[in-house]
Design a protein around this ligand. Sequence first.
Ligand code: A3P
Length: 272
Amino acid sequence: ADPLASHGHDPPANATRRLPDIIIIGVRKGGTRALIEMLSLHTDVVAAQSEVHFFDWDSHYRRGAEWYVSQMPYARPGQLTVEKTPAYFTSARVPERVLQMKPDVRLLLIVREPTERLLSDYTQVFHNRLEKRKRQQTLETLLMRGGELNLDYKALNRSLYHVHMRHWLDAFPRSRIHLVDGDALIRNPLAEMKKVEEFLHLEPQINGSNFYFNQTRGFFCLRDRRRERCLHGSKGRKHPRVAPEVLRKLYDFFHEPNRKFFELVGRTFDWK
Ligand code: A3P
């Protein structure tokens, strides 16, 4: 036996890896990292550390349930396991696959005002390309084609929430999907997290002392019995300045898709 094997890496007694009880399905740049970190403040929740991409990447999906479970953290009896992969929301083949694997899963979707989300999405891609020293395209080039909005631009498509939501509601009842307001989560995380606790039937535990506002970051950071922490510096980046007429075009454009989304989910959001 490896004498080092028992040092520090043993699972807690009774703990096992299991299929997730909860999946945060997206949306990309909606605040998915903040949500999973805040949910982990609860002692009855354990979260997978990285994005698993099981249902959307065929190379992972082919490996089957056993591989998926092996990606999950150890959970004690009574604890809930959660993973987040924001790409699930916009991948049409995912809802059916999730249903097959775990019919009683509970789903969390965090959405944000669609134009703001698009700008955040663009900013992320811009940074990734910078790091890989790839050629940049300006937001205006990606967004506009011959004076009209370019509907093929992926970041724009990902903000068409009703298109993607339809696929999920074909597979799951509305009552199984809880919507988190990503703009509200930034301003007042506690109120949004209390609703999440309730949806998941968790014992009320998350409270005001779990959050403190960090002036330098301009965001709330997290505190539990063990430590204080802010999200990684890649969360809460400055967005590019966009010409007012382009912004106007975006707000106008999203008006109708937003209305369809509100109708579909039976609630509204305070969006422009
Ligand atoms: P920006 O970087 O555009 O501001 P995701 O984790 O899904 O990629 O979402 C990232 C977004 O989470 C950030 O987008 C940020 O606005 C938002 N966010 C919400 N709560 C936050 C918090 N407490 N700290 C940092 N970012 C937070």
